[in-house]
Every structure is written in structure tokens, then in C-alpha cells.
Design a protein around this ligand. Structure first.
Ligand code: DLL
Length: 434
């Protein structure tokens, strides 16, 4: 079952869509050129002025934006409005110490709520639904992004945030939750706990799951649908572009519709940086058409996908993107938290008691992601007493938790015991099967 939140924009002809996109792109280019020094300089380096952008074809002449650019302009350098116009900020992991900061104006929040309401409608949600939102609330865009979208829909939102599984199950029963929103791995964990607690699925009112923020597979979808008796939809987004609500899967479960009246997606070859035709796999790139606070031009997501232009059976004309099949960098998503090996490395190096030789082993145990950090002791620590090593392990664990927001098991190993590589160091063993 699907319904349109905004039938006009979701089903308009591709010609009409192109007309809107062109108009919005021209305005965007003008706006960032005048209000963001970073973009003005990037345009000038390419010898482009806003007047050169006349059609969608011209998009490919614009410069890319990367995570590094966001880092270099930390915290507010890419904001396109005065800070006083920003009414909310969110943040996401950067590759090193500092996070990526994004800002929203009042109008941005309004657009965001509307787009998330679109997602709910697409999955069959209405004001009759009770939405249990187990995405984390805070700087992460998942909690609040989904929250205000559900309110915009008019549904009843239960802002429970992540964790506290026993309470999740109790409220799910008592409040007759019909839509569950969380990461797919947490949904799987919840499902297993529901079964372990002997809860009869027939007593639950769940009908839909809206899962995203990390990669998952069709295989995992089937498991979730079976274990929870729901239809599971994939939702995609990233802080730099909006948060949840950039693209959403309709009931055809045949790719995610990218909301093209607000974002222009491209697929590029990550090496040559050339745009690839529809149907070819590559790196997803987004240009935001309507964002005021933090617009981005050709943002390189490092997510790998494919775009399909055929009109969907649900009647929507917006391009479909294949579910994310991987990344071009080494970013891991552990229990919904984005983690770069380089961030862990910099914490390990802060201590000086370990060597910069480490291995991250990621596994999924009882449906939950598990991270073990194996790190070599420095030679002088190796001779230290067990008690000293236990203290070091604990300090490392606490530091990782406070800097990255994830709990990890620390395993101190003998100097020179981890495998060395002659080429690119292999820092990660990911044993999770999605
Ligand atoms: O994860 C936004 C979000 C919240 C999306 C809730 C969906 C639901 P970030 O923390 O900035 O934002 O992480 C963005 O997460 O570049 C992808 O690598 C990954 N990701 C997000 N959604 C999906 C998905 C939120 N459906 C990064 N499938 C992105 C696979 C996803 N990966």
C-alpha cells in the first residue's frame, strides 16, 4: 500500500521535474557563489561564474565537495546564511578528531519534516499510526529527523531513542506500535529479543519497519519481515545532504526513490570522477537544490549505488537508486555509528603506550555489532605487570567510547605480532554477514 504525501512532486513528468531542477540549480549556484567564500573560490578556480550554469547538463562542470572540504572549513565555513539564521545543528563523524557540522534554517527543518513525511506515506503510514522511533536522538540526524517527519504526518510518535530493549518491547505492546524506525541491525536484535521473551507476534500491532543509516541486504530484509511480521522499507540519507529522507523505498521494494525535486543525484566513477550513465555502478554524488543553511554542490558521498530511470510501478517518477552496496572508503558503520579506522588510530596514538599497529575485527553476535580492537603494545609496556595492562585496556576502552561513542573490546597483543603488509595495511576484518 502506498500513498503520496505530495502527489504533485512525486509523480510529475520528467520534463516538469527537469524544469524545476534547472530553476533551483541556477538559484543555488548564485546563492553559494555570493554567500560561501569556499564555493566562490572553487568556482573561480574552474573559471566558472553562476551565469555559466544554464541547464542541468552544466552541472558536471561544477566542482565537487568532499568530506575534507567540510573538515577544512570546520565548523561553520560552508554555512550559506548568518549563524543567527541557523536554528539547529547536527554532526556526524569526520575521518579524524573533529566532526562534520551541518546547520538548518527554519525553512530547512520544514522541508526536512515534509520529506520524512513523504517517506512515511510511501511506506503506507498515516495519522492513525503509532511510530516507535528507536533511532538515537542527539547530534545524529536519525532521531530528530524521523521524529519531526512522523509529527508532520500526524502520526503518534514515541520518542524512545535507541537501546533499553526490554522497555522497547513493553511499549511496543502497550502502545500498539505499528511502525518501527531504527537501524536494521537493532531491529534484528529487537526481533530476537521479542522471540526470546516469548512474545506472541499476534499480540503486536507492528506492520511496517523503516530501517536505514547502515548497509543491509535483501536477505536481512526477509529475516526482519518474517521475524517481525512486517514490511521492511529501506530509508537513506546522510547528514551532509539532509539526514534521513534523501531517498526512500516504496512498496515495490525495487530501489529507493531519490527526492529529485530537492536533490540531484549523480553516479560518478570514483577514480576518473566522470559521471556514469544510468544503470552503471559507481559513487553517489548529491547536489542539494533547496537547502538554505548548508547547501552542497556535488557532494561525494563515497556510497556505492546505481541509478535507474524507469518509472516505477508505484507511479513515482523520481529516479530509483539501488540499495547501497558498499563504500569507496574505509568507513565502517557499527551499531549505526559511523567509524573511520583513522579515528581509532588517532586515539591509540594519543596514549603512546601502544604501537601504531592495530587491527579492527568487526563481527555480529546475537544480532549486535561487536568491535574488537587488537593493538600491539609498545616494547616497554610489554614487560609491564598484568594489572598495568588491565588499566591500559580500560583507559583505551573509555577513551574510544568518549571520542567515538561506541563500546569496543580492547585486546592488547605482543609487539610485532599483527600481520604486516607490504602494500596497503589491512586494518579491518569485517565478519558481519548482512
Ligand atoms: O545515517 C542518516 C540516516 C538516519 C539515514 C536514519 C537513514 C535513517 P549519517 O550518520 O551522516 O546519516 O551517515 C550517513 O550512512 O553515507 C551511508 O554510508 C550510511 N547509510 C545511511 N542510510 C543508509 C542505508 C544517517 N539505507 C551514511 N543503507 C551514508 C546503507 C546507509 N547505508
Amino acid at each position: 500500500m502506498t500513498s503520496y504525501w505530495d502527489a504533485h512532486h512525486e509523480t510529475m513528468s520528467r520534463d516538469q521535474l527537469a524544469e524545476i531542477q534547472t530553476k533551483r540549480l541556477k538559484t543555488l549556484v548564485e546563492r553559494v557563489y555570493t554567500s560561501v567564500p569556499f564555493y566562490r573560490q572553487a568556482f573561480q578556480e574552474k573559471g566558472i561564474t553562476p551565469g555559466d550554469i544554464k541547464s542541468l547538463e552544466d552541472l558536471k562542470s561544477l566542482p565537487f565537495t568532499t568530506k575534507k572540504d567540510l573538515r577544512d572549513t570546520y565548523p561553520f565555513g560552508l554555512f550559506a546564511v548568518p549563524r543567527s539564521e541557523i536554528v539547529r545543528m547536527h554532526a556526524s563523524s569526520g575521518t579524524t578528531g573533529k566532526p562534520i557540522v551541518v546547520g538548518y534554517t527554519k525553512k530547512d527543518l520544514d522541508t526536512w519534516s515534509d520529506l520524512v513525511a513523504r517517506c512515511f506515506s510511501m511506506a503506507g503510514g498515516t495519522k492513525e499510526d503509532v511510530v516507535q522511533n528507536a533511532y538515537g536522538y542527539g547530534l545524529f540526524t536519525g532521531g530528530l529527523g524521523i521524529h519531526y517527519g512522523a509529527e508532520r504526518l500526524g502520526a503518534t510518535i514515541v520518542p524512545i531513542s535507541g537501546g533499553n530493549t526490554a522497555r522497547q518491547i513493553m511499549l511496543m505492546q502497550d502502545f500498539q506500535t505499528s511502525i518501527l524506525t531504527c537501524t536494521p541491525s537493532y531491529a534484528l536484535y529487537l526481533a530476537d529479543e521479542i522471540h526470546a521473551a516469548g512474545v506472541d507476534l499476534g499480540t503486536l500491532h507492528l506492520k511496517v519497519g523503516i530501517f536505514g543509516a547502515e548497509p543491509w541486504s535483501n536477505n536481512m530484509r526477509r529475516q526482519l519481515e518474517e521475524k517481525l511480521g512486517i514490511r521492511a522499507h529501506d530509508i537513506y540519507g546522510l547528514s551532509e545532504v539532509l539526514g534521513p529522507g534523501v531517498a526512500m523505498e516504496c512498496p515495490c521494494q525495487n530501489g529507493l526513490h531519490v527526492f529529485e525535486d530537492h536533490f540531484i543525484p549523480e553516479i560518478i566513477d570514483p577514480v576518473t570522477e566522470q559521471p556514469l550513465p544510468y544503470g552503471e555502478k559507481g559513487e553517489l554524488v548529491f547536489t542539494t537544490l533547496t537547502k538554505e543553511g548548508f547547501p552542497v554542490i556535488r557532494y561525494r558521498t563515497k556510497d556505492i549505488s546505481t541509478l535507474y530511470p524507469e518509472v516505477c510501478e508505484c507511479g513515482r517518477t523520481h529516479l530509483r537508486m539501488e540499495r547501497i552496496t558498499g563504500r569507496t572508503d574505509d568507513m565502517l558503520i557499527i551499531r549505526g555509528v559511523n567509524v573511520f579506522p583513522s579515528q581509532i588510530e588517532s586515539v591509540l596514538l594519543e596514549f603512546g603506550e601502544t604501537e601504531p599497529h592495530y587491527l579492527l575485527v568487526v563481527d555480529r553476535k546475537a544480532s549486535l555489532d561487536d568491535l574488537e580492537i587488537q593493538v600491539e603494545l609498545s616494547a616497554n609496556m610489554f614487560s609491564d605487570k598484568i594489572a598495568g595492562l588491565e588499566v591500559l585496556e580500560r583507559r583505551l576502552r573509555e577513551r574510544i567510547l568518549s571520542v567515538l561513542g561506541i563500546s569496543a573490546k580492547i585486546k592488547l597483543v605482543e609487539p610485532k605480532s599483527l600481520p604486516r603488509s607490504e602494500g596497503k595495511a589491512k586494518r579491518v576484518i569485517d565478519r558481519r554477514e548482512l
